[in-house]
Design a binder for this molecule. Structure first.
Ligand code: TRP
Ligand code: ZN
Length: 497
């Protein structure tokens, strides 16, 4: 009898369909993950971001963050909708100027459905208005927004962005950034790149930061607190900006004695890796209780704990080396973490030699000799360690050992050409371990599959030539521990979350 009743919803859907030009398809939803097997739901499918514009306001007393994110992207398929990775409370989403529907899904997905589907290969502007108390949000049982006595810090790996801006959260989608943060007068806001300006109005100071080179989302950082900011320029012409919490207490001297050497160390690393790739360099030391340092692009995050035993240039060298290996050239998938950590560790070995505290060869011998064949250390393959072993000592130490093995196989001339040529080859892009092998083969003219297989992928202790094995195995002699060893090891004192 009443079969012909049509609900308003059906009518709306019908008129929506009529509004779509004949050539357009309705599209399908973008995938909730970008396709990284280590972290299947990290990042998203269907679009590629080119720029994040973040307008933020922060209250240190209550940890309230309010913001508007304007995201410039391009679709990579016909899209009926797409996800962003985000945890804070969203009040409005606009896509190409029009209000879009949005909903939560999973641990950290914000599902956006625009009124009109988006055609493949077209530019899209996404505006997200949001707010909340980041420290009150968690996903998978953890939060990486770290409160300090005077504010907060966002710096973690691989999860950090969810607590402060909506994003396509995977290194595979790099973008430029403008980050503008209003904080009460007397508080500073530190982020990546260059400080374009600060303005003050009615008790609030706004810090305008610009990152004009592509940056992975996990390398975007934000620190809010009472900081002393120092600026300078390296001999090589790189502008340097550092920031120190005003409450570092007894760690203040050692922190400054380390981080103030950024310009000198950037210039020294340029000798190995080529020109510094960004418009600014530096670091910041907030009063956090976490132990690690992180290579946040242009503005390295250091825990005060890294300086508890006095100055530590080794950790500064490690994080600055990442600016070339990890930040300029980023990994393609998280399985490629050796591209980051193996080389940052090897840079520490080079610095150790420069300081007269042990050569790379001595450090390699020490790593080799200090792990017996039945040590679980050798079961972790630095070339594909698995998500649970991504930041194991093996990725760093066995990873650097593999680099020393490469050096001995192809000789110093080819080796240092590879070291310097790689950042240029993949400037501001992404690359994999396989890409590195291919590049080293091209530069050296040698097949390297066996070498990479042995040192990066075999789940066992590699054999070395008999003569060397005898001297390493402790036939009476023990391999001496290089003086730089303890300090180098302390760098990857990673306690996740
Ligand atoms: N990439 C960091 C470094 O090299 C170490 C690190 C791994 C880390 N996982 C982390 C730092 C998580 C902070 C949070 O030095
Ligand atoms: Zn590192």
């Amino acid at each position: 009898m009443h079969r012909r009743i049509i609900t308003p919803g059906v009518l709306a859907a019908a008129s929506l369909l009529l509004a779509i030009p004949a050539s357009a398809t309705s599209g399908t939803p973008g995938a909730p993950g970008i396709g990284d097997p280590y972290y299947p739901d990290y990042g998203n499918g269907g679009y590629d971001v080119s720029h994040y514009d973040l307008r933020l306001r922060y209250r240190p007393g209550t940890d309230e963050l309010q913001g508007t994110a304007t995201i410039l992207a391009r679709t990579t398929q016909d899209l009926s909708g797409f996800d962003l990775d985000f945890l804070l409370d969203v009040s409005e989403v606009r896509v190409n100027g029009s209000r879009a529907a949005f909903a939560r899904s999973g641990e950290h997905e914000l599902v956006v459905t625009p009124g009109t589907p988006l055609a493949k290969g077209t530019p899209v502007t996404i505006v997200v208005r949001y707010g909340g108390v980041p420290s009150a949000k968690s996903a998978y049982g953890f939060t990486t927004w770290h409160r300090t006595p005077d504010g907060a810090v966002a710096a973690d790996e691989p999860e950090a962005a969810w607590w402060w801006f909506p994003s396509n959260d995977h290194p595979g989608d790099k973008a430029t950034y403008d980050v503008s943060v209003a904080v009460p007068d007397g508080t500073q806001a530190i982020s990546n790149g260059t400080l374009q300006s600060t303005t003050s109005k009615l008790g609030w100071t706004t810090y305008n930061w610009r990152q004009n080179k592509p940056q992975a989302t996990y390398l975007a950082t934000l620190a809010l607190g009472r900081f002393d900011i120092t600026t300078g320029t390296s001999d090589g012409g790189v502008p340097v900006l550092n920031a120190y919490s005003r409450d570092l207490g007894d760690d203040d001297g050692a922190a400054r004695a380390s981080v103030e050497r950024t310009g000198e160390l950037v210039d020294w690393l340029s000798g190995y890796f080529g020109p510094y790739p960004f418009a600014s360099a530096g670091g910041y030391v907030p009063r956090t209780t976490t132990g690690y340092a992180l290579e946040t692009q242009t503005r390295v995050y250091y825990s005060p704990k890294q300086f508890r035993n006095g100055s530590n240039t080794s950790v500064v060298v490690h994080e600055l080396a990442h600016q070339w290996y990890g930040d300029d050239v980023s990994l393609k998938g998280w399985k490629d973490i050796w591209i980051n950590e193996g080389f940052a560790r090897y840079a520490q070995w080079l610095w150790s030699e420069h300081e007269g505290e042990g050569t790379p060869r001595e450090l390699a011998d020490y790593v080799y000799a200090s792990h017996p064949a039945d040590d679980a250390f050798w079961t972790v393959a630095p070339g594909d360690p698995g998500p649970d072993h991504q930041f194991d000592a093996a990725v760093y130490d066995r990873g650097a050992l593999a680099i020393q093995a490469l050096r001995e196989e192809i000789g110093d001339d080819a080796f240092f050409a590879v070291l310097k040529g790689w950042p240029k080859e993949h400037a501001y892009g992404n690359a994999s371990v396989a890409d590195f092998q291919e590049y080293a083969e091209r530069v050296s003219g040698r097949p390297l599959a066996a070498l990479f297989g042995t040192w990066l992928f075999a789940p066992s202790k590699p054999a070395v030539p008999a003569a060397r094995a005898a001297s390493l195995a402790g036939t009476g002699t023990r391999v001496a521990r290089p003086r730089s060893w303890r300090r180098i090891e302390a760098t990857n004192d990673v306690h996740r979350h």
